[in-house]
Design a protein around this ligand. Structure first.
Ligand SMILES: Cc1ncc(COP(=O)(O)O)c(C=O)c1O
Length: 374
């Protein structure tokens, strides 16, 4: 039995899926690292008040976000551009509600990109990313052909699950297509502070014209492991687009949890040293996972450029349900089938390496054993 080298939270969705079973849970995207001490201290202080009525973002929190955007991405944002949300996924739904017409996205992709459009009665147009030059890339000519029928482009930047941090030249090509076809771009940048090499370039910073058609979604939740506190925000510089977005929120999007707001401020203000340590661990886990997977003839993956998620290609293994086989072997991975239309990605799995090194080692040993003997 693989023992966690820490005590998971008793309410952890990820751990409880396999409660009582010897399965290492490396599926849903949260991590096994406690949040920065500064976040924990700020929450403790807030809790002592005993007052938890509806809260609203306060000046020092807003200043912290503005400073973070300036420091991390050289992006000068205005306080008016911020729209607070209890999660990124609600932001995707609101974008689909706000913009009438078909929605375009590239697959494989984080499953709510696939489900939000139909939930909001929008038609979804998908384009598969292609493998070229050692990584997952855009087929820009095919994107051009599909995008002309859409009104909204859901961009995942960095891209979950393929782990690409889109390069500036790629972003410019996407921006040119968005302009050519007059699309609103909703850029989900939730993983942006987990870029393992180099600096994140928010899509909206390409030019003022691009900013005017962009809804950027960000959150401290993935980076500082506070997803359960439900705090995120949209940055929308164009007042008309912002008004359309906030109008579409009416009646369905609640206030943000006050503890989430407190954690958000502490994370961005005081969490940088912790984040740097985290990135060191994640870089080492990413390298280890890539080495181990690519050493197996049946499995392969491209380098992870951002996040703590590895997208593993099991097609050479020739199994119909690789995720189920790995689960039997004691590793719970996300099933690739959920990341695209039909069964397009049924022979892929996604592995979350945001856990302790001993658990990664054990999971990789189980994966190797399953793929060679199973
Ligand atoms: C790309 C992406 N967007 C959004 C989310 C979830 O956002 P939230 O929990 O804030 O709704 C995730 C979670 O894994 C994600 O990977």
């Amino acid at each position: 039995m693989a023992k966690p080298t820490f005590t998971p939270a008793a309410d952890s969705v990820r751990w409880n899926r396999y409660a009582g079973r010897d399965v290492i849970p490396l599926w849903v995207a949260d991590m096994d690292f406690p949040s920065p001490p500064a976040v924990v201290a700020a929450l403790q202080e807030r809790i002592t008040s005993g007052l938890f009525g509806y809260g609203q973002p306060w000046p020092s929190l807003i200043d912290t976000i503005i400073t973070h955007c300036q420091r991390a991405y050289d992006w000068a944002i205005d306080s008016d551009w911020l729209v607070w949300l209890p999660g990124l996924v609600p932001g995707l739904h609101v974008a689909c509600r706000a913009i009438e017409g078909d929605v375009f996205t590239a697959t494989p992709v984080y499953p709510p990109f696939l489900t939000a459009p139909s939930c909001q009665r929008r038609h979804l147009l998908t384009l598969p990313l292609v493998q070229s030059g050692g990584g997952w890339c855009w087929d820009f000519a095919a994107a051009d052909a599909i995008m002309k029928a859409a009104r909204l482009f859901l961009l995942c930047h960095p891209h979950n699950p393929v782990g690409r941090a889109w390069r500036e030249d790629e972003l410019w090509q996407l921006a040119a297509l968005a302009e050519k076809h007059d699309l609103v771009v909703c850029s989900d940048e939730i993983h942006c502070d987990l870029t393992l090499q180099g600096r994140h370039r928010p899509f909206a910073t390409l030019s003022p014209e691009i900013a005017a058609r962009t809804i950027t979604l960000m959150a401290p939740s993935k980076t500082y492991n506070i997803a359960g506190l439900g705090c995120s925000f949209a940055i929308i510089s164009d007042p008309i687009l912002r008004q359309r977005f906030t109008a579409a929120m009416q009646g369905i999007v609640p206030h943000v949890n006050v503890l989430g707001l407190v954690a958000c401020e502490a994370a961005y203000r005081d969490g940088e040293a912790w984040r740097q340590d985290l990135l060191t661990t994640l870089r080492s886990h990413a390298a280890k996972v890539e080495r181990s997977i690519n050493a197996l003839p049946e499995l392969s993956m491209h380098s992870v450029e951002a996040s703590f998620l590895a997208w593993i290609d099991c097609r050479e293994w020739g199994r119909e349900h690789p995720a189920a086989e790995f689960e039997k072997a004691g590793v719970g991975l996300s099933n690739g089938r959920d990341f695209g239309p039909g069964t397009a990605y049924g022979q892929f799995v996604r592995l979350n390496f945001g856990t302790t090194t001993p658990l990664i080692d054990e999971a990789l040993a189980r994966i190797a054993h399953a793929s060679q003997t199973g």
